[in-house]
Design a protein around this ligand. Structure first.
Ligand code: WT7
Length: 670
């Protein structure tokens, strides 16, 4: 396994033609973005259309210090624009009308289609006109609960066309979670599809929406109009399954409208609503460590600049490239790097409806081969799942088109990084381990292809305009090498501006712990070469006998064992050490979970990190409690470690049955 000092230089062929082709060039541009943000972002802003021009005296203002007054961030205040105009009309004007915006690849390999920029604009205008005809106007919230289909992109952009604020909820959340979010943002309209196949699993989206809307009504909020895309009848059901589900979709008179009954006859032109730069663009809920989900609010002008710029440089996107991000549009990654970033660059993307495992476990690699994908962006959890299968599933496909491989969502363990780099990338691709959050709007720490020498597992260096700082517990800045709280001392254009209808919570959650800084909630370490390594959520930090370490660090060591497919570590209070490590281990079938494995694992941790890090408890975990987005819910693991059955709300778990199993598996000695 690579050590912290192992460096992989960008491939010469990647570097040669890259937008940023050396580390020196990155550093120079970075310095300019910090010293003179007006000039740096002002130059980028010129590529876009501003109906009301930019006022350079008010280009960028902010306050991050709660002691000095309310927290705010404003970019390009006073300028007006329309995002859909910049993503569509502007690109068509620049000659990209017949360019493919999206290749749509269905769950079933027989299903696929494509959409050009020109056609996308027409469809967006049609649906925007339909929304208007139903009384939806500037500032109204529109809830979207959709699968990965072209109408989802159309719906999103139609909202932006008329200045409505979209609020997507990942179509995997329960009706309860969905209704809570609809009520919180008081959505007037809802957009969904009848249903969708994900792998061999059928999801009845409309009936989940019906339950959610019923629940809203009981709480005094009525969704006025619900648009339903008839999707099922046009796709191939998994073999052996009957697909006449759409016939059964119940429609409520006066509220529910089939998309195909109203959209085709609507006009293909719709004058864009000119929005203030700081007008809301969308909101997106993210779970808080306590209480209700937080409605993260993003605004217009700055987000456009940031999505466009990060996409261009982090993926080194060139005009003829084909790009594929596997994230669902219901998450921030889908917003910024399936919809806004690519379209702002007139890019061609793949939009994939299914799972990595259907019809076979090589589907991802087959799709890369089919569309000759140049940039592939996925999550470590997917990489770890796929690396369990034999190498031939990867190697039997021609993946030579790949140039940049992206990772997002959690720290990528060096073992997964190496597999991605060697097997998928053939040791010639740049890996971009992008650290960011729903709140940051776009990448904030990331290597750049062609420019940044890579260290497996390091998110590396800040993107342009981002100023990361590490703080110790007392709020003092850590200079040079060290580990602490990852915070940012100034806003970049794409950062969130508030929590919807709850600016107080925004200030207390992100700005009260360390006045003057935006607090990510993550910890990070700066190594001797200045690389930043995100170590995981701060609430997952462990302090064993005064040694600060992260759960991710220990997990990464544990997963190096050939028999371990996944590991999760939590802190358990300890009378002498303060805290000790309690580890959950999922084996990969090559070894049995037994006393010998436990001994071996303790030894690896002792050897790789230090004697102080030796776990006190290692238990078998046939499955881990994960959210539908694949995040391990450590809160639950901490309860299991404590044998405390009072585990609270587990409705966001993808599979709640693992919890009982884990309690049953506790070792007697624990
Ligand atoms: C949290 C944000 C950003 C889109 C997906 C998740 C973790 C994300 C990385 C990375 C280490 C990462 C952090 C962060 N995270 N990317 N490359 N390395 N950690 O968005 O649901 O808002 O989660 O994901 O803990 O705070 P999110």
């Amino acid at each position: 396994m690579p050590s912290e000092k192992t460096v992989y230089l960008p491939d010469k062929n990647v570097a040669k033609n890259a937008h940023i082709s050396s580390f020196a060039q990155y550093k120079e541009m970075y310095q300019q973005s910090i010293d003179n943000p007006e000039e740096f972002w002002g130059e980028i802003a010129k590529q876009f259309h501003w109906e009301n021009p930019i006022n350079y005296d008010k280009f960028f203002t902010f306050n991050f210090d709660v002691c000095k007054g309310p927290i705010y961030t404003k970019w390009l205040d006073g300028a007006t624009t329309n995002i859909s105009y910049n993503l569509l009309d502007r690109n068509i004007r620049n000659g990209h009308g017949d360019k493919i915006a999206f290749y749509w690849e269905g769950n079933h390999p027989d299903d696929y289609s494509r959409l050009t920029y020109k056609k996308l604009l027409e469809e967006v205008c049609r649906f925007a006109n339909v929304l208007k005809s139903k009384g939806i106007k500037r500032g109204d919230r529109v809830a979207i609960y959709m699968p990965m289909i072209l109408e989802s992109v159309i719906a999103i952009l139609a909202c932006t066309r008329i200045g409505a604020v979209h609020s997507l909820v990942f179509a995997g959340f329960s009706a309860d979670s969905f209704s809570e979010r609809i009520i919180d943002c008081q959505a007037r309209a809802l957009i969904t599809a009848d249903g969708v196949w994900r792998g061999e699993k059928y999801l009845a989206l409309k009936s989940i929406c019906d339950q959610a809307m019923d629940k809203c009504a009981k709480n005094g909020h009525n969704v006025e109009v619900c648009f339903v895309v008839s999707h099922l009848e046009r796709v191939t059901a998994p073999s052996g399954v009957q697909s006449n589900q759409s016939n059964k979709t119940p429609m409520q008179d006066g509220r529910d409208i089939w998309w195909h009954d109203v959209v085709p006859q609507a006009s293909t032109s719709c004058y864009p609503e000119w929005m203030q730069s700081e007008d809301p663009l969308f909101m997106l809920y993210t779970s808080g460590s306590t209480g209700k989900p937080k409605g993260v609010l993003h605004t217009t002008g700055g987000y456009l600049l940031y999505a466009a710029t990060t996409f261009k440089y982090v993926f080194d996107y060139k005009p003829n490239d084909v790009y594929w991000c596997t994230a669902d549009i219901g998450w921030i990654t889908g917003h910024t790097y399936v919809v806004y970033g690519p379209l702002a660059n007139a890019a061609t993307s793949v939009l994939y409806e299914g799972t990595p495992f259907y019809p076979q476990n090589d589907r991802f690699w087959g799709v890369v081969e089919k569309y000759k994908v140049n940039q592939f962006y996925t999550a470590p959890t997917a990489i770890r799942a796929l690396m369990k299968f034999e190498d031939s599933l990867v190697t039997r496909h021609d993946l030579s088109s790949l140039r940049v491989l992206g990772s997002v969502g959690e720290p990528i363990n060096p073992e997964a990084w190496m597999w991605y780099y060697k097997l998928v990338g053939g040791e010639k691709c740049s890996i971009v381990d992008t650290f960011w959050q729903t709140e940051t709007g776009g990448h904030v720490l990331t290597p750049l292809p062609g420019a940044t020498p890579m260290k497996p597992g390091a998110a590396s260096f800040p993107f342009f305009g981002v100023q990361p700082v590490l703080l110790d517990e007392s709020g003092k800045e850590i200079q040079g090498e060290g580990e602490g709280y990852l915070v940012f001392s100034r806003p970049w254009p794409g950062m969130m501006r508030s929590l919807y209808n709850n600016h107080d919570r925004y200030e207390t959650t992100y700005f009260s712990k360390f006045p003057g800084y935006y607090c990510t909630g993550d910890g990070a370490r700066r190594d001797a070469d200045g690389y930043l390594w995100v170590t995981g959520r701060v609430d997952d930090m462990l302090n064993v006998s005064g040694h600060l370490m992260s759960t991710a660090e220990v997990e990464s060591v544990l997963t190096e064992h050939r028999g371990v497919s996944e590991a999760a570590v939590v802190a358990k209070p300890h009378p002498v050490k303060g805290e000790c490590l309690y580890c959950f281990i999922t084996t990969n079938g090559q070894v049995e979970f037994n006393a010998q494995l436990v001994t071996e694992l303790k030894k690896i941790v002792r050897e790789r990190i230090g004697p102080f890090a030796q776990p006190d408890v290692i238990q078998s975990a046939p499955g881990l409690p994960k959210t539908r987005s694949g995040k391990i819910m450590r809160r639950i693991l901490r309860k299991i470690a404590l044998n405390d059955r009072d585990i609270g709300d587990i409705s966001s778990l993808a599979d709640s049955s693992v919890v009982d199993q884990l309690f049953a598996n506790r070792p007697i000695s624990a």
